[in-house]
Design a protein. Sequence first.
Length: 118
Amino acid sequence: MSTEQEVSYRYANRISFRILGWMVCFAILTAVAGVFYAEFKNDRAAIYAEIESINRDIAASTMKTNEYRAKINSMTARWNMLGRLDMLGSDMQEIQSSQLEELRTLHGTEAGKATAAR
């Protein structure tokens, strides 16, 4: 009996081929899953970066649009236009309300369209 105990004790620290095969399969499965996870995470980070870049471009475009609107509003304001006309020495003058005439429809034109009387 002592020989059986020696034999079983001698092989007690060894791993069977079946368990070794399962461990290799598990290691391969874990490695593949890690690679796919890293790939998907990288794609997600790239998409977030692209969205952030597009949002920055939209914000910059909105700011430029607002700047142009403010510039147009300041250039087309009534008193600014009159001041620029005076600086240029233009003979254009402000239209008085007594000079305005109502629009009248003409019989020979299409319905709903009107022209200014001269």
